[in-house]
Design a protein around this ligand. Structure first.
Ligand code: GLU
Length: 448
């Protein structure tokens, strides 16, 4: 089957999974020539194998709310591919979670994890549970119930979940406690644990910091620096605020952050005091707009942050948050670099538009791989029962992000996607990630 035929089959088989189809089409759009370069890929049906998960575990989660009522949610783990390492990827708790969303995230995770150069397969999981407005006790009971169902399918060498939207250190720690309790094993089965009981330093910062390290490399490739660059960031979660922090440390001027209620615009740019305040505000689940009373700037209710002049945009909120209209605004406002902190924040029309306008565009699977990369480092620290220092891990993160950048850039150039002045990072990342996994499948023959 040709790549086109595989896509057709997927569209016919999963018409109700638009996010998954979108993610497959994005990868497919880049890998054509690389696919043809090795006849074994087609012969061993590598693309067909990679677009159907190894398995999907689907379960019901019963838990009790603070009023003593039984609540029921749906839970999943999509184990997509363990071709190059144990299944690895986060858990998302959000009402928009569906099989389509988790399949798109799991599919992306295969290539992202391959790009890190670490031995990790691809997976994703989660629940349609909405953490918003839930008490700490409810979150705890839900996490216990969730992992009670999932625990038999995960393990340090089998499948290693972590956080994603709605799942941070608190949730991972509750789940780790339940896993340990049920199995009597103290092992690195989840990453993003609390530092002090197996968690790695810099894991919390890693996705945001890593995305900025990637940006730094993109800018350096154009013989420029971060200093003075104006940056628009969306979201106000872990990825956004750590991206804002690192960009600010490197001399850039971060003008915006946002949440589901609107955008905060500060023409003076953020500084560490403001970022610390934002972190605290978000941790307490208080409104972003209170920033204006304290530090000035503007609150734009219901608006996205793409309407200001800037050099860089970092969408760090969620999938499909940037559509073609937003992409037009970004180009109009002079944005030259787009770095995806979130997974698939640009829809296909937006990607096409910015690439046609020669905006340097780094897809999430390359730019936000720092989070899972440090998860990989957490796994190795847990295996040898040792901790590395913050400095050591930060240096490793920087090296990994530089390698991802350089590998994506050379794969792009080697396959005719751009030159030194315009590097097509999307194609490069897709090709480099795909080849690593595809070569493993070829070596295995018919088995996964
Ligand atoms: N959820 C994160 C991602 O999208 C991190 C996954 C992990 O650390 O396993 O890559």
């Amino acid at each position: 089957m040709s790549i086109q035929e595989v896509i057709q089959t997927i569209e016919n088989r999963y018409p109700h999974q638009p996010e998954f189809i979108q993610a497959v089409k994005e990868v497919a759009s880049s890998i054509g020539s690389a696919y043809d370069s090795n006849p074994n890929y087609a012969k061993l049906k590598v693309f067909e194998r990679l677009t159907e998960p190894d398995r999907i575990i689907n379960f019901r989660v019963n838990w009790e709310d603070d009023n003593g009522n039984v609540q029921i949610n749906r839970g999943w783990r999509v184990q997509f591919s363990n071709a190059i390492g144990p299944y690895k990827g986060g858990l998302r708790f959000h009402p928009t979670v569906s099989e389509s969303v988790l399949k798109f995230l799991g599919f992306e995770q295969i290539f992202k994890n391959a790009l890190t150069g670490l031995p990790m397969g691809g997976a994703k999981g989660g629940s349609d549970f909405d953490p918003k407005g839930k008490s700490d006790n409810e979150i705890r009971r839900f996490c216990y119930a969730f992992i009670r169902e999932l625990h038999q399918y995960i393990g340090k060498d089998m499948d290693v979940p972590a956080g994603d939207i709605g799942v941070g250190g608190r949730e991972v720690s509750y789940m780790f406690a339940m896993y340990k309790n049920l199995t009597h094993e103290y092992e690195g089965v989840l990453t993003g644990k609390g530092v002090g009981f197996g968690g790695s330093l810099i894991r919390t910062e890693a996705t945001g910091y890593g995305a900025v390290y990637f940006l730094e490399n993109m800018i350096a490739a154009q013989k420029d620096t971060m200093v003075g660059k104006k940056v628009l960031i969306s979201g106000a979660g872990n990825v956004s605020l750590h991206a804002a922090e690192k960009a600010t440390m490197l001399g850039a001027k971060v003008l915006t952050v946002s949440d589901s209620k609107g955008t905060l615009y500060d023409p003076e740019g953020l500084d560490q005091t403001k970022i610390d305040w934002l972190k605290e505000q978000k941790a307490q689940r208080k409104p972003l707009e209170e920033y204006v009373q304290k530090f000035g700037g503007q609150w734009l209710a219901g608006e996205k942050p793409w309407q200001f002049d800037a050099d860089v945009a970092m969408p760090c909120a969620t999938q499909n948050e940037v559509d073609e209209n937003d992409a037009k605004k970004l180009v109009e406002h002079g944005v030259k670099y787009i770095v995806e902190g979130a997974n698939m924040p640009l829809n296909i029309a937006a990607i096409d538009y910015v690439r046609e306008h020669q905006v340097h565009y780094a897809p999430g699977k390359a730019a936000n791989a720092g989070g899972v990369a440090v998860s990989g480092l957490e796994m190795s620290q847990n295996s040898v029962r040792q901790y590395r220092t913050f400095e050591e891990l930060d240096q490793q993160l920087k090296n990994i992000m530089k390698d991802i950048h350089d590998n994506a850039a050379s794969a792009a150039k080697e396959n005719g996607y751009g030159d030194d002045s315009y590097i097509d990072y999307m194609s490069g990342a897709n090709i480099a990630g795909f080849k690593r996994v595809a070569d493993a499948l070829v070596a295995y023959g018919v088995l996964n």
